[in-house]
Design a protein around this ligand. Structure first.
Ligand SMILES: CC(C)(COP(=O)(O)OP(=O)(O)OC[C@H]1O[C@@H](n2cnc3c(N)ncnc32)[C@H](O)[C@@H]1OP(=O)(O)O)[C@@H](O)C(=O)NCCC(=O)NCCS
Length: 142
C-alpha cells in the first residue's frame, strides 16, 4: 500500500534495522516520503511497517531508480521484498528501471536477478567502507 509522511518514524526504524552504516539521514527520509516523482509503497503487519520500497523517476520519462528496498529481518524470505518490487515496477511508467546494490549483497542481487535485472555496471568504492556498487537494470515493454 502507499506510504506517506505519517510513516516517517516507522521508516526510520526500518532503515536503521536494515541498513546500519548506509541508513539514510532524516532529510533523505523526508524527501523520499514527499517528492512527487517517487513511488513509495509499504508492506504492513497490522500497524507495523515491515517493508518499504521507493522508486524515483525524477527528471526522466524513460529511467527510474529503485532508491531503497528493505524488509525487517523477522519478515524476510516470505516473498515480501519480491512483492514490493513487483508492485513498484507496476506503478512506474518507464522503460528502464535501475538500482545500485552493494557488490557483496548476494541476497538482494539474487532477488533482483530473479526479477529480471541484469548487470550493467560497477561504481567503485561507492558505499561507506569502500564497497563497490553493482548497477542492475531491467528493461520493460510498456
Ligand atoms: C533484500 C531484502 C529486501 C529481501 O527481502 P525478502 O522479503 O526477504 O525477499 P524475498 O522473500 O522476496 O526473497 C526473494 C529472493 O531473494 C533471495 N533471497 C532472499 N533471502 C536470501 C538469503 N538469505 N540468501 C540468499 N538469497 C536470498 C532468494 O532468491 C529469494 O527467493 P526464494 O525465497 O524463492 O529463494 C531483505 O533481505 C532486506 O531488507 N535486506 C537488507 C536491506 C537490503 O539489502 N536491501 C537491498 C538494498 S539494494
Amino acid at each position: 500500500m502507499p506510504a506517506t509522511w505519517r510513516d516517517l518514524n516507522a521508516l526510520r526504524h526500518l532503515e536503521q534495522a536494515c541498513f546500519h552504516l548506509d541508513a539514510w539521514t532524516l532529510l533523505d527520509l523526508i524527501g523520499v516520503l514527499s517528492f512527487p516523482s517517487v513511488v513509495r509503497l509499504k508492506a504492513v503487519d497490522g500497524d507495523l511497517m515491515v517493508g518499504f520500497i521507493a522508486g524515483d523517476q525524477r527528471g526522466s520519462k524513460n529511467v527510474a531508480w529503485i532508491a531503497t528496498l528493505a524488509v525487517l529481518p523477522d519478515y524476510r524470505r516470505q516473498g515480501i521484498g519480491t512483492a514490493l518490487l513487483g508492485a513498484c515496477e507496476d506503478a512506474l511508467t518507464v522503460t528502464f528501471i535501475r538500482l545500485s546494490v552493494r557488490a557483496k549483497n548476494a541476497t538482494a542481487i539474487n532477488l533482483y536477478q530473479n526479477m529480471g535485472y541484469q548487470h550493467i555496471g560497477l561504481w567503485p568504492s561507492y558505499y561507506q567502507g569502500g564497497m563497490d556498487a553493482v548497477i542492475l537494470e531491467k528493461q520493460r515493454v510498456i
